[in-house]
Write a protein that binds this ligand. Structure first.
Ligand SMILES: [Zn+2]
Length: 181
């Protein structure tokens, strides 16, 4: 998938992953979207039960939301590197230690996409930071978050648990751009 994307990238003009307008060759976003993303404030706070805290490099809105959609639904893999760069740039130093643990996408969706967006971001972040990646989480349940209302997403989060764990699954941790509205 990466090789195919690299070939495609070399053949196509550079278009902003967020808005679709022309941008500098090799750039992921245009100047306008880059400026908007630069002004997006990170979010942080307490986590759900089982997590010490949550942090996101941006609210799930505007350019940040468009970039997540570009990665997940249009397979624009260079977006993962941009997100990783933003995380490295803005994350508190205490969060960039230990190991990176991507929360896995549902297996069927990973198979249909040919990649796992969280794993792509984790790999890019590991490249930038030198941190180890640990694939120690498993996802169960087939419920999709896409298309659900916010209350439904919060009320019925994906079930994530440590691999090999037999006790009831823990609620899904809050990762990636935070949902708003
Ligand atoms: Zn743009």
């Amino acid at each position: 998938m990466k090789a195919l994307h690299t070939v495609a990238t070399g053949l196509l003009p550079s278009l902003c992953a967020a808005c679709g307008r022309s941008c500098r060759p090799g750039a992921v976003v245009c100047t306008r979207c880059g400026r908007r993303l630069a002004t997006a404030e990170p979010l942080g706070g307490g986590g759900p039960p089982g997590l010490d805290r949550c942090w996101s490099s941006a609210a799930h809105e505007g350019v940040a939301r468009d970039l997540v959609a570009a990665l997940k639904f249009r397979s624009l893999l260079p977006v993962a590197a941009l997100i990783a760069a933003r995380i490295e740039w803005l994350a508190p130093a205490s969060m960039l230690s230990g190991a990176i643990v991507p929360v896995p996408t549902a297996r069927l969706r990973s198979l249909s996409r040919g990649f796992d967006p969280a794993a792509e971001i984790a790999a890019a972040l590991a490249d930038r930071t030198g941190l180890e990646i640990r694939l120690c989480l498993a996802r169960s349940g087939a419920g999709r978050q896409v298309g659900r209302r916010r209350a439904e997403r919060i009320g019925h989060p994906p079930q994530i648990q440590a691999r090999g764990r037999r006790s009831p699954p823990a609620p899904a941790p809050c990762v990636g751009p935070a949902r708003s509205g």
